[in-house]
Design a protein around this ligand. Structure first.
Ligand SMILES: [Zn+2]
Ligand SMILES: [Zn+2]
Length: 412
């Protein structure tokens, strides 16, 4: 579905193209790619593609659906699609663009599925919300029960086709002679004719309605989550069941929080001094600010976890079970510009590291790895702990305050 080409593009026409323009484009392309005349290996798939585009764009209602919902909309509309069309029956297909309808007599049919995009804020997706949407859809006419006949009157059998809905005839075409089975044009393939039309639906048996639908968005949905609402799609034909409505959620990003599964992730910027000395910080959970204690000697990338302050864990059933965590990821920021006072202090700090280059903590890091004197320089990897593969200035700050803690998972 995803890599399907746009139907207008397939036919090489503008979005607003008139019906005869669509027909013309289709005839031209269908002739060009017809597998009987075009032996190119791609011809058959192009032919199918063109036929499918035409099937949708030549039908006002399907075209409207397609314009509104894209490829997901008209899928299944009106029953059999072009996919898997047997090429032995090419006459039928051609008849469809020489003027006839495509379907024979039809019994009860399930209504089409509909797809609706629903935009949610980050918070709505996490906590759930009840939303009302206006959904245009085609429904079975309640007055005539979908028959198209005025209540009390019955449709009568079509005299042209004898009620079969089909007309057989021999036809000459550019590809030779065919016995064509085409839908009866008098009854439009229905096999019966409504003489007294229902006033509500003008005999079509269907009415277009815009319905207000309540969409109960459960807590925990994410961007792209799809929810099926059974029976909320289009009405069935001739007593067939309704289609389903698929609601696809589009979640707006949060300014500072991200989702990782059911966890919420917050990046906490810390300056060098806060990381080395520890600090009290405030983090924005979705239920308000929470004060966290950053322990002294906190490393870049350390995760502070607040349990059960993440996203409710939505199950397939639509019920939630527990919640994810709120993860604060520490980002230690090196100052890019220093005041003269700060420079002074840092130089003093740097000087205090002199002679501690091979202090016991550092020596334990690895056998005789030479460490550069430049405190801001790059340093070879530390084998003792893979997480700490960059050892530099902060490690020295940490060593200066006599700490060697890089544990994870402090509680808030
Ligand atoms: Zn009606
Ligand atoms: Zn007929």
């Amino acid at each position: 579905m995803a890599d399907k080409r746009d139907y207008y593009e397939v036919l090489g026409i503008q979005r607003g193209a008139a019906a005869d323009e669509i027909k013309r484009a289709y005839r031209q392309l269908a002739r060009k790619f017809h597998p009987d005349v075009n032996k190119d290996p791609d011809a058959e798939s192009r032919f199918k593609e063109v036929s499918e585009a035409y099937e949708v764009l030549s039908d006002d209602r399907k075209r409207q659906m397609y314009d509104q919902f894209g490829h997901a909309g008209p899928r299944g509309a009106g029953g059999a699609g072009v996919e898997g069309f047997p090429f032995g029956d090419i006459g039928d297909l051609f008849e469809s663009f020489f003027g006839g309808a495509t379907s024979g007599r039809r019994g009860p049919q399930r209504g089409s599925d509909l797809r609706l995009r629903l935009e949610l804020t980050f918070e709505e997706a996490v906590f759930g919300v009840d939303r009302e949407v206006q959904l245009p859809r085609s429904e079975s006419c309640l007055i005539c029960g979908g028959s198209g006949a005025e209540p009390g009157k019955q449709p009568v059998r079509c005299t042209k086709c004898g009620g079969s809905g089909e007309v057989r005839r021999v036809q000459q075409s550019i590809f030779g002679q065919f016995v064509n089975v085409t839908p009866c044009d008098r009854c439009r393939g229905e096999g019966q004719i409504v003489e007294h039309r229902c006033k509500e639906c003008s005999g079509r048996g269907r009415v277009e309605r815009v319905r207000a639908i309540q969409v109960p968005v459960p807590p925990g949905v994410d961007d792209g989550t799809e929810m099926r609402m059974p029976g909320q799609g289009e009405g069935g034909d001739k007593g067939g069941p309704n289609g389903d409505l698929y609601v696809v959620f589009q979640v707006k990003p949060h300014p500072v929080l991200k989702r990782d599964g059911f966890d919420l992730v917050y990046e906490l910027p810390l300056n060098v001094a806060q990381a080395a000395l520890g600090a009290e910080v405030t983090v924005p959970t979705l239920e308000g600010d929470e004060v966290l204690t950053v322990p002294p000697g906190t490393q870049h990338g350390r995760v502070l976890r607040v349990r059960e302050k993440g996203v409710p864990k939505l199950q397939r059933s639509g019920i939630t079970a527990g919640r994810g965590d709120f993860r604060t990821v520490v980002r230690v920021e090196v100052p890019k510009q220093l005041t003269s006072r700060q420079r002074e202090l840092l130089e003093e700090l740097a000087a205090s590291f002199e002679g501690r280059e091979h202090a016991p903590a550092a020596a334990a890091a690895g056998p005789a790895v030479a460490r550069p004197d430049n405190p801001n320089g790059r340093v070879s990897s530390n084998r003792r702990d893979k997480k700490r593969n960059k050892k530099g200035f902060f490690d020295k700050v940490k060593e200066a305050v006599g700490l060697d803690d890089d544990g994870e998972g402090a509680d808030g």
